[in-house]
Structure formats: C-alpha cells, structure tokens
Ligand binder design. Structure first.
Ligand code: AMP
Ligand code: MG
Length: 430
C-alpha cells in the first residue's frame, strides 16, 4: 500500500522533497499539477436572481421543473395539416378551420381535409401532425391550396414538447459556470433564482520601490504601476471580488503587514514583483514565517520566477514583476487555479491548435515559450500566425497587439516559416 501513495504530495513540504523536484527548473506542466493538488474548491453558497448569476458557478444541480417547450408547436409560419391528407403528386385543397398564434392556441381539433393557419411557436392543433410552410401554399375562395410534394414526411416543421428539455431532466450539474446560454436556459425553466458559490475574494498588491500609482508625478527612475491594472482586468473578467491593496514598498515591515492583512481578508493573495532571484531570499524568509511557500524558476519564458503556497488558509501566488510575465503566468497558472477554487468542475485548459508560421522564430530548447502572436487569414481559407515582434517581458503592448499565444514546447528549437506551431486564442482566455 505505502508504495502506491508516493504520487500525490499531501503538503507543500512533501512536494518540495520529491526526488525529481527541482525548484530551479520546474516544468510548466509539473508546476500546474502541483498547484492543483492543493486547491480546495469554495463551498459557501448564495442564492441570486438569474441575471446576477452570469459568470458565477452553480452550487447545485439544476433539475428542470417543466418541459421546454411545454407543447408541440410550429417551427414555421404556415398551415397545420394532417400529412395523410396531402397528395404527393397533385395539389391538395384543404378547408381552413381556425388560427393558432404563438400564445393564442386554437382549441378545436382538425378532421380529414381540414387545416389551421399557424404561426411560429403556435400550439399544434389536435389532429394535425405537420406544418406546410406558407411559401408552399396559397389561399383563395376554394380553400387552402397546398403545392404537390410540399411535405415529404409526417412531423415536418413541428417542434415537439420537451425537445429542448424534459421535465425532471438534469439540466446542469453543480460546478458549471453560468454563461449567456445558461442564463437563457434557466429563464426558460421559469426559475427566478439559482444557487451559486460565493465570489472568490482575491487581494493583490504590487511590490517595488520604483513603482508609483497613477496620479502621482514620476521622479527619476520611477515607473507607473501597471500590474495592478492588468490584474484588476483579469480578475474582474473571472468574476472575483477584488481587494486592490496598492503598491507596497520593498521594506520588510511593510511587506509583512501587507501579506498578513491580505491573507486574513482574502481567499487568494496575488503579488507581482519581488520573487526573482536576489529578492527571493528576503521575501522567502518573510513568507516562511507567515506560511508555506515554494519558490520556482519555471522552465518557461516569460514568467520564470513564480511562487505558490499557503498563507494561513489563503492561497498565495507570487508573480514576476515584468508586466508581460504577470499576464502570462496569470493565464497559464492562476486562471485555472482560481476557476477550481471558485467551484468550477471539469476545468480544462484552453484548447490549442496547430497553425503554420508565416515567419521563422528563434528559440532555444529547454523551456516552454509563450510568444505573443497574431493570427491572420492566409487568403486560402486557412490561418497563419506570426509573432508581434519584440518579445521582451516588459513590452506590454505585445499583449495588446496579440490575439493568441504561440506556445513553443520545451524541446522545440528554431522553427522555420511554414512549420506548424501550437496557438492558443486569447479571446476566451481573457
Ligand atoms: P521584479 O520582479 O520586482 O524584479 O521586477 C521586474 C521588472 O518588472 C522590473 O523592471 C520592475 O520595475 C518591473 N515591475 C515590477 N512591478 C511592476 C508593476 N507593478 N508595474 C510595472 N512594472 C513593474
Ligand atoms: Mg521589484
């Protein structure tokens, strides 16, 4: 038994003691996997009016209380008929006996040789089994003339009760994120409220003496803090409750205060800057005092330094300082971790697909690169991709110009024009 238990570390310390654990060259996939083992999904639940549930995660299964649609109805404007009445190779003349509008059904039943004028969504009258679209029929004093061959089989243009959702059916499982289609489906069931997990509270701050918040003039050597803004955007898109704690000076006392306050008030603490080599030792000591944190050099570019751990019950992500690295590490590590913490089940990474390069790329094997790419139509019905140009980790405009990541695997070296590469769309990720 004991030898089968080595695979999943129970504590962060166990994780860091595994034989193949190398904090100085941590593969992207391994870091992701390790982080995953420490994530406990949210359990606190709240009930919300349907619209407010957009972007939230369902906390309970949704069972359909009714069938949708509730009755057989027409998919077309036309005439409700009995298929058996129609002559396949000659015109059929039927007697119109009523009208069925959406929301205003006709209460009678049609007999042989009869039809009912019907509109899209109108309830199918008793006795009718099919709908002839109005373009295939005309009306005059002799009745409704249905063109030969207007229908080839019974049931045409008829929508069946429960064809979307059946009464008692499991519609959504707990752990599913509510998107626009889910909002509409919940409304179609007549449910005015749904149970969702409460929002994840995420506190974040930037570290660095060179950073100034906007609204303050810059002195020599200072820059404006942009990471808190990209983080604000990325976390807001993920529907987190955010606690922006501003810029914290690189001073032990200030940092300790900020880390403790963040860990006490949030489910997740994210910082940017201060986890690179040199700074790490100092921040490391501080974090070791407050919790259990692992510092990694991920075998990736950009985004090499990354810290992950627990500060009390809060999860901690220490992201690199460079603005592009912040975004890349957020999307590649933090995003899916937050989705799991929010209660989402079946969290799968964003799909990648292969697209040929329109210009060569230089790359050294031994790390995974997330270059910023621009996908464009190739003029022949396919797509082609190129980089945004300079891939420096401080060049935030590369993230703005890009519509995808070009992901170059660990073992990949230079890639020639025309060769396929893995791309991951930013749209959907952000
Ligand atoms: P660090 O990881 O703290 O060594 O920072 C790496 C680089 O990112 C340095 O050039 C920093 O000035 C820059 N940087 C760190 N934090 C921020 C921030 N919040 N906004 C913009 N640039 C930053
Ligand atoms: Mg710094």
């Amino acid at each position: 038994m004991a030898d089968t238990m080595t695979a999943t570390p129970k504590t962060l310390r166990d994780a860091s003691c595994a034989d193949d654990y190398d904090p100085n060259s941590m593969p992207v996939a391994k870091a992701r996997e390790l982080i995953r083992t420490f994530l406990t999904p949210m359990s606190a639940v709240e009930r919300l009016p349907v619209r407010s549930a957009l972007g939230r995660v369902l906390a309970a299964d949704v069972i359909s209380p009714i069938a949708v649609p509730g009755h057989d109805n027409s998919a077309m404007d036309g005439y409700a008929v009995r298929f058996a009445d129609l002559k396949p190779d000659a015109e059929t003349v039927l007697t119109r006996v009523g009208e069925s509008f959406a929301g205003k059904p006709w209460s009678g039943a049609i007999a042989a040789g009869e039809c009912v004028r019907i509109f899209t969504g109108g309830v199918m009258p008793q006795g009718a089994d099919s709908v002839v679209m109005q373009e295939r029929a005309s009306e005059d004093e002799s009745g409704v003339r249905v063109a030969p061959g207007a229908l080839t089989k019974a049931g045409t243009n008829r929508r069946f009760a429960g064809e979307d959702l059946k009464a008692g059916q499991l519609v959504f499982r707990a752990g599913q994120r509510v998107k626009p289609a889910e909002l509409g489906m919940i409304a179609s069931l007549g449910l005015s409220e749904v149970g969702v997990y409460r929002k994840l509270r995420v506190a974040f701050f930037s570290t660095g003496d060179e950073l100034k918040s906007i609204g303050t003039p810059l002195a020599a050597g200072e820059i404006y803090d942009s990471n808190r803004y990209t983080l604000h955007g990325m976390l807001t898109r993920l529907n987190c409750e955010i606690l922006d704690m501003g810029v914290v000076e690189d001073a032990p006392g200030k940092l300790e205060g900020a880390f403790s306050a963040a860990a006490q008030s949030a489910d997740v603490v994210i910082t940017s800057g201060g986890v690179s080599v040199g700074e790490a030792d100092y921040v490391k000591q501080l974090l070791d005092k407050l919790g259990e944190v692992l510092f990694w050099k991920i075998a990736m570019k950009p985004g090499r330094p990354l810290a992950y751990g627990k500060l009390g019950s809060a999860h901690f992500f220490g992201l690199p300082g460079n603005p592009v690295s912040v975004m890349v590490t957020f999307y590649q590590f933090v995003r899916d971790a937050l989705r799991i913490l929010q209660g989402e089940r079946d969290v799968k990474p964003m799909p990648t697909f292969r697209v040929p390069l329109s210009a060569p790329i230089k790359k050294a094997p031994g790390r995974t690169e997330f270059q910023r790419g621009i996908l464009t139509p190739d003029g022949a019905g396919g797509w082609t991709v190129r980089t945004t140009g300079d891939q420096g980790s401080g060049i935030l405009s590369s993230m703005s110009q890009a519509n995808c990541f070009i992901i170059l695997g660990n073992d990949t070296g230079n890639v020639a024009a025309g060769e396929p590469v893995d791309v991951q769309l930013l749209e959907g990720l952000i």
